[in-house]
Design a protein around this ligand. Structure first.
Ligand code: FAD
Length: 515
């Protein structure tokens, strides 16, 4: 059996991998993490996807244990500002659509047009975000939804594939604090931490990794090596020569500049969502943590310079940005052709990355470690396990790439070359046909990217209705059907949203109590 697992890299992916493998396989494996003290982690990556709940539950961690330690806040969705035109905003929440007479509420909304804002009319969370509500009452109970939580103290270990209902929120957290928290979690359970630089990787005659060569700790041998070295891809790309497939032709944003802005959360607006504000050559993220805001401009280097991007970001933040040091990052957009080659599996940025518009970096890590456990090799290294793993990883990333391309293609904004070019760039295979279908009928699970990539049809509805650049129409059958039930349901959403705003505490109140 595979006994010795060596993780190279101590960023979010390195410690998430070590903690998860330790939780899943326990004392049956030895996990060693080698991390450089000299080479910095990427230092961003603070908004997550609602499925991250499975990760913390699998580790047996309650929100009270890890959230205060990581300055975490709640995220009910993403607020998109200025993607249609200046001053426009809409939400893409973690909320499935209600169905009336076999049609999603968005279809009925297109037919009945009860208000200006589809997001406020069909989702509860748009209103909750605007009102800065917490998704939990002060006694800790979750606001009412179709999701049923396990009773307090009962841990249910589930993975992404068992997700049947939509969990209503994700988190924002300080990535460095999370890595530190998971370091303690993993080392308390037996993982070994070595702070050193890997200076070489020795291969055997078959081209499999035999051992790492470190600066101060000599050779470190293992059976399975996890490459968590970030954009470098030290083991998989550099040593094993696995090619990287760039997505740059379809997603041109290749750079970012980031700031960490300390703020007083009590005085400041603290919407429970990430905000993505469209700019002349990309977009700016705003991530509210407990005690500071993480913000950054993701942009295409072909359209503006790093200096212009930094200037725009500083103007966007205002006086609070003075004296703060900006972190400039070059992004490698795309994925390794295969993330698992021989006895090396890349997880995190070394495996692949798309711009963080839908906060999928950590979702990719979670998907990778879960899939790795599901495909964990035996001593024979059955190639079928590896091939099946590689397909699952590639599909998830290709699917997310496609969803992000839709963001730019469908954005009504076309006021400069950057936004106009987004409408004429080559599309990933199959997308043009899918978009044509959506013009006739709102996306269904059958007409979106066909493999698991974390997004369901409702997310496509939210984006297409919000972005406004692709004409949509209701199903013709709705003209022949009685719409009174749908009208009632649309009214129910309004009533429920209003009641929730009344009864739920603000996110700040809830988190202040937790801290
Ligand atoms: P890194 O953080 O780069 O860590 C690499 C590790 O490898 C470090 O510990 C380093 O010391 C070590 N290392 C490298 N070389 C050696 C060596 N020779 N010897 C020993 N150790 C070595 N994801 C989200 O989910 N949500 C977001 O909002 C989000 N925003 C992002 C914004 C930007 C601009 C970028 C670029 C990414 C964002 N991500 C986001 C992605 C997220 O940051 C990453 O998925 C996550 O941080 C994982 O990074 P990593 O651990 O793979 O790499």
């Amino acid at each position: 059996m595979i006994k010795n697992i060596v993780v190279v890299g101590g960023g979010t992916s390195g410690w998430m991998s070590a903690a998860y493998l330790q939780a899943a396989l326990g004392a049956n494996v030895n996990v060693t993490v080698v991390e450089s003290k000299r080479i910095q982690t990427i230092g961003v990556g603070e908004a997550t996807f609602s499925t991250v709940r499975h990760f913390f539950e699998y580790l047996g961690l309650s929100e009270h244990e890890w959230m205060p330690a990581c300055n975490a806040t709640y995220k009910l969705g993403i607020r998109f500002e200025n993607w249609r035109h200046q001053g426009h905003a809409f939400y893409h929440p973690f909320e499935r659509l209600r169905i009336v007479d076999g049609f999603p509420l968005t279809d009925w909304w297109l037919k009945q047009q009860p208000g200006e804002r589809f997001d406020h009319d069909v989702f509860l969370m748009a209103t909750m975000c605007d009102a800065q509500r917490s998704p939990r009452h002060m006694d800790g109970t979750l606001f009412e939804q179709d999701f049923v939580e396990a009773p307090a103290g009962v841990t249910e270990r589930s993975t992404l594939s068992e997700q049947k209902t939509q969990f209503p929120y994700a988190y924002h957290f300080d990535a460095a604090l999370l890595a530190r928290f998971l370091t303690k979690y993993a080392t308390d359970r037996g993982a070994r931490q070595i702070e050193d630089d890997v200076v070489d990787v020795a291969l055997d005659e078959r081209g499999w990794i035999r051992h790492l060569v470190t600066k101060e700790h000599g050779e470190i041998a293992g059976d399975l090596f996890i490459d968590c070295t970030g954009f470098r891809g030290l083991l998989l790309n550099q040593k094993l020569g696995e090619p990287f497939i760039s997505y740059q032709d379809t997603l041109p944003n290749d750079s970012a500049v980031a700031l960490r802005v300390p703020v007083d959360m009590e005085k400041r607006l603290m919407r429970p969502c990430t905000t993505a504000t469209a700019q002349d050559a990309g977009w700016i993220w705003t991530i509210p943590l407990f005690g500071r805001i993480g913000t950054g401009y993701v942009y295409a280097g072909d359209y503006i310079s790093p200096e212009e991007a930094e200037r725009t970001l500083r103007e966007f933040v205002g006086p609070e940005a003075e004296d703060l040091e900006a972190n400039h990052i070059r992004m490698r957009i795309g994925r390794s052709r295969n993330s698992w080659v021989n006895n090396c599996v890349a997880v995190g940025l070394s495996s692949g990355f798309v711009e963080p518009l839908e906060s999928t970096g950590i979702f990719f890590i979670q998907n990778a470690v879960e899939q790795l456990v599901k495909h964990f090799p035996d001593g024979d290294w059955d190639p079928g396990l590896r091939d099946s793993y590689n397909k699952a990883i590639a599909h998830a990333m290709d699917g997310v790439r496609e969803f992000l391309v839709v963001h730019y293609l469908a954005a009504a904004r076309a006021d400069n070359d950057y936004w106009r070019d987004a409408k004429t760039r080559p599309l990933p295979d199959g997308l043009a046909e899918r978009v044509e279908q959506w013009r006739s009928k709102l996306p269904t699970e059958q007409t979106i990217y066909p493999r698991y990539h974390g997004f369901e049809a409702y997310s496509y509805h939210a984006m297409l209705l919000g972005l406004g650049g692709i004409p949509l129409k209701p199903a013709p059958a709705l003209s022949l059907m009685d719409g009174s039930l749908a009208a009632k349901e649309l009214q129910t959403v309004q009533d429920q949203a209003r009641a929730l705003v009344q009864s739920l505490p603000s996110q700040y109140e809830y988190l202040a109590q937790m801290h």
